[in-house]
Design a protein. Sequence first.
Lengths: 608, 344
Amino acid sequence: MVIRLAGDSGDGIQLTGTEFTRAVALGGSDIATFPDIPAEIRAPAGSLAGVSGFQLQFSSQEIFTAGDAPDALVAMNPAALRTNLPDLPKGGLLIVDSGTFRKKSLAMAGYEVSPLEDGSLEDYRLVDIDISKNVQATQKGSGLSTKEIQRTRNFYALGVLFWLYGRPPETEVESIERKFGKRPAIAEGNVRSFRAGYHFGETCELFDASYRVPSAQLAPGTYRNITGNEATALGLVVASQLADQHLFYASYPITPASDVLHSLSNHRRYGLTTFQAEDEIAAVTSAIGASFGGSIGVTGTSGPGFALKQEGIGLAVMAELPLVVLNVQRAGPSTGLPTKAEQADLNQALSGRNSESPVVVLAPRTPADCFDMAIEAVRISVRHMCPVVFLSDGSLASGSEAWKLPDPETFEPIEVRYRSDPEGFMPYLRDEETLARPWAIPGTPGLEHRIGGLEKEDRTGNVSYDPLNHEHMVRMRQAKVDRVADYVPAAEVEGDDAGQLLFVGWGGTYGAIHQAVRVLRNQGHRVGHLHLRFLNPFPHGIAEILSRFERVLVPELNRGQLRDLLRARFLVDAHGLNKIQGRPFKVCEVVEAGQARLSGPSAREVSL
Amino acid sequence: MSRGAVGNGAPVLTKKDFESDQAVRWCPGCGDYAILAQLQKVMPELGIPKQNIVFISGIGCSSRFPYYMDTFGFHTIHGRAPALATGLKVSRPELSVWVVTGDGDGLSIGGNHLIHALRRNVDLKILLFNNQTYGLTKGQFSPTSTTGTRTKSSPLGTVDRPFSVLSLALGAGATFVARTIDTEIQHLQGLIREMAEHPGSAFLEIYQNCPVLNDGVWESLKDRHVKADHLLTLEDGQPLVYGKESDRILRLDTKRMRLVPGRRGEQDGLVEVAHDRSAPDPALALMLASLAMPEFPAPIGVLRAVREPTFDSLTRAQEARDREESGPGSLRELLEAGSTWTVS
Ligand code: SF4
């Protein structure tokens, strides 16, 4: 079941969506959400630019995406209807607040005649409720102003949804009271409207039947609903606990990464410092300063801020210090589409710095995976003394899924080794296995030494202009990063492990590809799915897997950055499925591309 | 480290302990040598364990500094030293963190970091070597070059107006602001000691001569014969007196609220003011900071020194308080926050 809520950005759509998600999750359904937030916080009310959306898929089956097309659409005003109706399949349930369909708002949405009156919605199961009027009636004598009353419309809609999908209203009443506890009159108003919506559903004969979604067959355990950004923040806190080290998180506010800063700022008691820096460059360099001092230095940003940090990352490459850089990718060059998702910073992460400047690059594949990968990022960074770039994206960051809470007992500690022995100490003398240099932190007697961005002489770390030393060090820094492959799981293919078609993906496209592979296999095709969580270095075993399939298709939300990399590295005839619309893949898009590729010539046939 | 020990068992350090094994690569005659020597001399006297001293720099001639100090050091990237040092100091409050920068590094490419470090009152000791030129890139004008300066990048003369460096620091809210000259060795030493003792951002502008690319810009302040007439050495609680015969004075024109040079003892309605470096209001310090040569003497010494809580200590205290109030927290507590549900 896929539901999309849409309304003006002032209508509280995100809150309504989150509350409803919680309710269905508590009911035992598996969930996945995708918020679609306008970039302008205060776009004119009722305008097309100001439409905010929230899509939720829930099911008794395990699910992997927030769904392709909604089964039900709630449109709180004409603009929301206009922008979202094209996605609603014919026959879908359409709930609108008819009270907002007045001359001015219709005109703002570009309607000459109200779509409620011209028969254009005939193909949908239309339920028009004058929510605006109903909340006014409900709140008579409440003492709230008209404006305050109108702001409870979202709770009315939520009440309707609760009834429609058989959720017990009492939990929500409690939640509203908790949320608005400081403003009892508003809490009361919201509860009244929520109840009114619920009763409307109950008493009104408009709905033929309400939907009961049975509980999902999820593995036993305790679950919570989690977004990628929250999971990232929690992963960092846990990593710092596992390493038993202070974590320093520096960030400059930027959409859609700021939530990581907000979330971590609430967990300071776990021994971490959050620093809202004066700019992106200060954020990365202060994190490097913290790492130099022995803390776990982390900085977080999105694409444009990542570009600003690149010189700093280069310094950490040269100084060979741990550093974790979160890039919650967003769409487009320059300011682009700040609230939309894309995965087009892979090239920037791999080679956006001057000269040969290798870093480890990894990418979580689902919102909950952000937790595991944040821990891995810290682990790799301190073990190998190098920067690690963590490529999340806007859809992972604000999308959510049901997360089975891991057992803290099973976490593997992160080993931190500071050098303390002055005997034989040299700042760039390497560990034979990892090739990492020692982490020698200020405050350690006898280890006084200088590091910096100038080329280093191997072992001593002294400034060196020697040509052969430079080449040696360039290759050494690369070799050190390459060695990380020995410490991460080998590539593993899901679905068929040999056959006609292999999908190779990375990052937040996992759910859509995974689901598409299921569909194609059910249709009788032999299809595999390789999803790369480590992009530099590549895990071992990729060449082997590629060789077992006749065709390779790489779906990406960019122009083909991973595809090009695979072609260059493995000389494989990889084709791309590339979407650059600021939106995630729909499962059907991946399925169709897979079918097209399956009926085309295989790589083997072409090469014959 | 030299051996010997004082009563408390801590090794006695000397200047030699702070000299690294790296050959110093500044041009002969560069003012940086004198500054380096004074730091190496004063450091052992500060009572700070050597391993707790860190020098951080950006890029430029002055930023080579950490390589020559046998302490922990980090030669970072252009302009970013105050930001990097902030991360270090907040993470490790027990360290004594010194930032070495120049007029290009600290005021041009790194201006933003400098003002924010000062605004926050991070406990950093910031030495800004001002030679009014870009030395490492061979002599372009800098943000402190006087208008009309002719360089390779400004053959027709600059039209830029220079920064008033100390006004900038004061405007950013710095709690310790001082100035000296590379050749005023004793004065420089005294200020280094004061900086080390000041809790919070301590900012010192050092007029430094670059004999190779911009020789003599501070000559009137260095020439033995004339310098007394151009240097106003600030003394706390004393009137603003200068001149070879200590016969000149800056007094306040209270109508126009500005300092006016004149002769001591003149009866002309101007008000004599005593320097007060710890005044909560930075008004006098700002007046002193904006005095421009040659009409006015150049003040050296401490313009302002006030006590405010430091950013690093406040930050870490917040964490400690949070831990006290809400408990240290367990991983389970962390993971289970929010609404959870159980599937059996
Ligand atoms: S160029 Fe000037 S500032 Fe730089 S080292 Fe030479 S003399 Fe000193």
